[in-house]
Write a protein that binds this ligand. Structure first.
Ligand code: CAA
Length: 265
């Protein structure tokens, strides 16, 4: 099999020995605006991170002053509906690929996370924000609406009234307000951002990888279906986990009063 090519034009991906990969948006000249090329790279990186057995959790981050300024306004400005349906309709799946990585994915957000930048944070499983983080959906001020899941994921996360306030006004919200709204998991000083995201990732991945993948799938699938379909899905995953070595090890370790040594199988 060919070795994976981890080189990207607008992203930097670093993997460490503990199994944490950091995916950093790197288009500073455009405030990490998400053009089609960058969105396609996100999709390719997501596929590779999902496949790589040495990667157990992913941190998605940007720059200190800007996480991402949203869709690339200059690239979109002269487009018409068919262009958007064809090009962006297809390529926004880069976001969905991030959402479907079967491992914990944590957004570490410092500075502006606007429009598509905020939507990128929303496809992550958890959001750690720096005190300087600012979230907003300014699309309405451009004569459009969020187009990468904002009108769907945001109300599911913070409720329709708060989501509508963000989307209808296009206002920016500081990190503390976003914490109160339930948009972010925690707010930390900017110099602690990556450390905090890393600690959160480590606390997840000391648990079994198969159970983590099932837990993620159950929550994500369940959020998009009715309660009884979600419960049936959960029951299947719960039962199937009893065919893993990790379940045997986890329960045996509890009974023997020791820490489990999960192997992700
Ligand atoms: N698209 C394209 N270029 C962008 C951009 C964007 N979203 N955001 C910033 N840039 C460019 C600027 O045009 C500027 O380029 P030039 O040097 O060539 O003039 C450069 O990046 C620096 O930008 P600023 O001078 O504005 O930087 P700042 O630090 O003063 O402000 C900011 C930063 C608050 C993020 C501001 O740039 C801003 O408000 N950006 C736009 C935010 C926005 O409206 N996002 C929604 C986009 S639409 C969308 O996201 C649709 C979707 O759902 C997918």
């Amino acid at each position: 099999m060919n070795a994976e090519n981890w080189e990207f034009k607008h992203l930097v991906v670093e993997r460490d020995e503990e199994g944490i990969a950091v995916l950093r948006l790197n288009r500073p000249e455009a405030r990490n605006a998400l053009n089609l090329e960058l969105i396609a790279e996100l999709g390719r990186a997501a596929d590779m991170l999902a496949r790589d057995g040495s990667v157990r959790a992913v941190i998605v981050t940007g720059g200190e002053e800007v996480f991402a300024a949203g869709g690339d306004i200059k690239e979109m400005a002269d487009k018409y509906a068919p262009d958007m349906l064809n090009a962006y309709g297809a390529d926004l799946s880069g976001f969905e690929k991030i959402e479907r990585i079967p491992k914990p994915v944590i957004a570490a957000v410092s500075g502006y996370a606007l429009g598509g930048g905020c939507e990128l944070a929303l496809v992550c499983d958890m959001i750690v924000a720096s005190e300087t983080a600012v979230f907003g959906m300014p699309e309405i001020t451009l004569g459009i609406i969020p187009g990468a899941g904002g009108t769907q994921r945001l109300p599911r996360l913070i409720g329709p009234h708060r989501a509508k306030e963000m989307i209808f006004t296009g206002s920016f919200f500081d990190a503390r307000t976003c914490l109160e709204m339930g948009l972010v998991n925690r707010v930390v000083p900017v110099e602690r951002l990556m450390e905090e995201a890393r600690e959160l990732a480590l606390r997840c991945i000391r648990n079994g990888a198969v159970a983590l993948a099932c837990a993620k799938a159950c929550v994500n699938e369940g959020m998009n279906t009715d309660l009884y379909t979600g419960l049936a899905y959960e029951r299947k995953c719960f039962s199937l986990l009893f065919s893993t070595e990790d379940q045997k090890e986890g329960m045996r370790a509890f009974i023997e009063k020791r820490r489990p040594a999960f192997r992700g199988r």
